[in-house]
Design a protein around this ligand. Sequence first.
Ligand code: SF4
Length: 159
Amino acid sequence: MASLWRKIKRTGRVAEPAPEDPGLESKAPELGGSVQIRHVDAGSCNGCEVEIASAFGPVYDAERYGARLVASPRHADVLVVTGPVTRNMEVALRRTYEAVPEPRLVVALGDCARNCGVFAGAYGVAGAVGDVVPVDIEVAGCPPRPEAIVAALRELTGR
Ligand code: SF4
């Protein structure tokens, strides 16, 4: 155990240095710089999920800016929604949104969430996220890079 502690002390921090402060006002000052996030995959190909995992991994470390993933919409301030909304997920997304206590915000993450992307017009697609629940922030890209995801979350936390 002591050798493990010595190794941790020797290694130090490995996260990338924090990017420059974007100088933005928080878009959710009522949340006090700390946002709890429930992710909803409404029909994604899983590409966006890989980038979300990177954004919260040790290199980009979104948690250091006050953004944290939680398991239940009842514990969340923000929904991060990926993918076009499939017909099977339309009601589930609406109910998940209603389960988030107010004030609540929605991030449409990825081109599919914004405008159905490559799945536009597919028979199983009900629409973009904005067709089902109100969207506050959009993150462009297919998939968005982790830097873009972290930047969007920093707009919410203001940190
Ligand atoms: S935006 Fe691209 S990566 Fe994300 S769910 Fe759509 S196709 Fe997949």
